[in-house]
Design a protein around this ligand. Structure first.
Ligand code: ATP
Ligand code: MG
Length: 484
C-alpha cells in the first residue's frame, strides 16, 4: 500500500462540496476513520466533474446513524448502507466490508447477501476495478493506493482486482460497469478482461434481477456517452441480454436519438431516461401494431395492445417502472396525434404535458429519414416559433391541405366502392310508367346531391350550421389513448 500526497494526485479540498466534507468531518470527530472512495476520487483525478461522492468508514451503519441521527437512514438488504442528508444533498456512507463469511451465493456463484464488516484492506479487495479503489482523506491530504491504481488512471486502463472470470461470476453486472466506464472515461479494457468477456459470459446476466438491470441500463443511457457505448453493447453480446426483442442494429433513428441524448447531457439539459427506451422499442412496437392491424383490429386498439405486448416482453430483461411505461406509451400515442391533428385541437395539443417529448421523438424520426412522419416534425417545429397570427394562418393552411387530402382519399374510396357489385340487383321496370318514374327520381336525387355538394361559399351567412359553436376541450388535461 502506498500513501500518496493528495496534491500530487491533483486533488484539493476546494474541489469538494461542503456536503461530503461535512460527512467526513462529523465521522472523524466522532472517532471513526472516514474516506472518500470510488468514482468521485477517480473523476476528480481525471479532471471530470463527479456526479456524486461516496464515503466509506469503519463505523457500522448503526453507528453512522448515531452520529447523524435523523439526517441518516439505513437502507439495503444485500448491501446495508447509510444514507446521510447534508443540506439538500444525499451522501452514501458505506462501512468497510470483509468477504462474506458464509457464502450466501446463488447456484452460479452470484453473491446474494453480504453484510460482513471488515478492515480497509478487505474493503479494498472487494471493489471491482483498480481505478475505483483510491481512498482519499481530504483533511489529512492523503490518498491510499493499494494496487498502483494511480498508474492505471494515468495510463487510462480498466483493470480488475483479482481474476476477471471470477469477478464477473460473482456479480455479472460488472460486465455492464466495465463497458460503462470504458465508454465514459474513454479507457481501454485490459486484455485479461477481454479474454473472458465473451457471449458465453454474458449469459450470466440472465441471473440478474430485471430491476437491477433496469437501473444499470439507465446509467448507460444517462452517462453522456451513449453513442460510444451502444456499439460496445452489441460487440460484447450484452445487447442481446438486455434488449432481447430489439434487433442488435443501431438504426439511423437510434443513432440520432443517442447523439441527441449525449448533447443534452453535455449542455446540462434534463433528460427522461425512459425516452431512450421509447426510441429502442419503437420498431418492435410498430411491427406489433402491424401484426394486430393485419388481423383487422382497429388502429387505436392495435396500438394499445402492441404497447402492452412490447413492454411486457422487455420486462423479462429490464423491468421498466410503471411511470416510465406510461411515459413511453404516451410518447408513442402522441405520434398519431401529432401526425394528423384536428385543426381545432392544434393549440391545445402544443400545451399538452407530453407534447415536448412527443414532438422531440417525431422530429428525431423525421430527421433520421422516416418518411411516415409526412413532414409534420418540421411543421410542429416551425409552428412553435410563430406569433399568434402566424399560427392561425398556419392552421388554416393546414386545414385546407388536410381537407384536400381527405377528399382525395374519400374519392379513392368511392371509386373502390363503385367497383363493388351492389348487394341487391334492382330488376328492370316492366312497364313504361314505371320506367318514367325511375328516371324522374334519379334526376331529382342527382339535383339534391349537386345542391348538397355545392361550394360552401354559397351557404348563406345565417345558415344554422355556421351558427353552431364548437366546444373547445382542454386537451392538456387529457391522457391519450391506451393510458386512459
Ligand atoms: P459512478 O458513480 O461515476 O457511476 P462509481 O465508481 O462511483 O461510478 P458506484 O456505483 O457509485 O460507482 O459505486 C461506488 C464504488 O463502489 C465503486 O467505485 C466501486 O469501488 C464499488 N462498487 C460499486 N459496484 C460494485 C460492484 N458491482 N462490484 C464491486 N465493487 C463495486
Ligand atoms: Mg459513485
Amino acid at each position: 500500500m502506498q500513501t500518496l500526497r493528495a496534491s500530487k494526485c491533483g486533488l484539493s479540498t476546494t474541489q469538494l462540496p461542503s456536503s461530503i466534507l461535512d460527512v467526513i468531518d462529523s465521522l472523524t470527530k466522532a472517532g471513526y476513520a472516514a474516506y472518500i472512495v470510488g468514482g468521485g476520487v477517480r473523476d476528480l483525478m481525471l479532471g471530470l466533474n463527479p456526479k456524486d461522492f461516496d464515503a466509506v468508514t469503519d463505523a457500522t451503519p448503526a453507528q453512522v446513524k448515531e452520529v447523524f441521527g435523523r439526517r441518516c437512514r439505513i437502507i439495503g438488504r444485500r448491501f446495508e448502507l447509510a444514507h446521510v442528508y447534508s443540506g439538500r444533498e444525499l451522501i452514501e456512507v458505506a462501512t468497510f466490508r470483509a468477504p462474506p463469511k458464509k457464502a450466501v451465493t446463488s447456484a452460479s456463484g452470484m453473491i446474494l447477501r453480504d453484510n460482513n464488516w471488515g478492515t480497509i484492506e478487505q474493503d479494498f479487495a472487494r471493489r471491482d476495478f483498480s481505478i475505483n479503489t483510491l481512498y482519499y482523506q481530504p483533511r489529512q491530504g492523503i490518498v491510499l493506493d493499494f494496487c498502483n491504481a494511480v498508474e492505471d488512471v494515468k495510463s487510462r486502463t480498466l483493470r480488475f482486482l483479482g481474476e476477471p472470470a471470477q469477478r464477473f461470476e460473482e456479480d455479472p453486472v460488472r460486465m455492464l460497469r466495465a463497458l460503462r466506464f470504458a465508454a465514459k472515461l474513454n479507457f481501454q479494457i485490459d486484455q485479461s478482461i477481454l479474454d473472458v468477456f465473451n457471449p458465453d459470459m454474458t449469459q450470466l446476466l440472465r441471473d440478474v434481477s430485471p430491476h437491477r438491470l433496469y437501473d444499470e441500463s439507465q446509467k448507460l443511457f444517462t452517462m453522456g456517452h451513449l453513442t460510444r457505448v451502444l456499439p460496445m453493447l452489441i460487440d460484447f453480446g450484452v445487447w442481446k441480454q438486455l434488449f432481447a426483442e430489439i434487433p442488435p442494429n443501431i438504426t439511423a433513428f437510434i443513432e440520432r436519438a443517442a447523439r441527441n441524448t449525449d448533447q443534452r447531457i453535455q449542455i446540462g439539459k434534463t433528460i427522461n431516461p425512459a425516452f431512450f427506451y421509447a426510441v429502442l422499442l419503437w420498431k418492435p412496437f410498430i411491427e406489433r401494431c402491424d401484426f394486430y392491424l393485419n388481423k383487422g383490429i382497429v388502429p387505436a386498439e392495435a396500438r394499445a395492445q402492441a404497447g402492452l405486448d412490447v413492454l411486457k416482453r422487455q420486462a423479462t430483461r429490464t423491468i421498466i417502472p410503471r411511470f416510465a411505461e406510461t411515459f413511453i406509451r404516451e410518447v408513442w400515442e402522441m405520434q398519431t396525434r401529432l401526425l394528423n391533428p384536428k385543426p381545432q385541437q392544434i393549440e391545445a395539443l402544443a400545451g399538452h404535458a407530453r407534447f415536448r417529448a412527443g414532438f422531440d421523438f417525431l422530429l428525431l424520426r423525421e430527421k433520421s429519414g422516416d418518411t411516415q412522419t409526412e413532414g409534420m416534425g418540421v411543421w410542429w417545429e416551425n409552428y412553435q416559433e410563430m406569433s399568434v397570427d402566424q399560427k392561425e394562418a398556419a392552421i388554416r393552411q393546414y386545414n385546407r391541405q388536410r381537407t384536400r387530402t381527405r377528399r382525395k382519399v374519400a374519392d379513392a374510396d368511392e371509386a373502390k366502392v363503385s367497383e363493388i357489385e351492389p348487394l341487391v340487383n334492382e330488376p328492370e321496370p316492366r312497364n313504361r310508367r314505371a320506367k318514367k318514374e325511375r328516371v324522374r327520381t334519379t334526376e331529382s336525387a342527382n339535383r339534391f346531391i349537386e345542391k348538397a355538394t355545392m361550394d360552401p361559399h354559397q351557404i348563406h351567412a345565417d345558415h344554422p350550421i355556421l351558427k353552431r359553436k364548437r366546444v373547445q376541450r382542454d386537451l392538456s388535461q387529457v391522457v391519450f389513448g391506451p393510458t386512459q
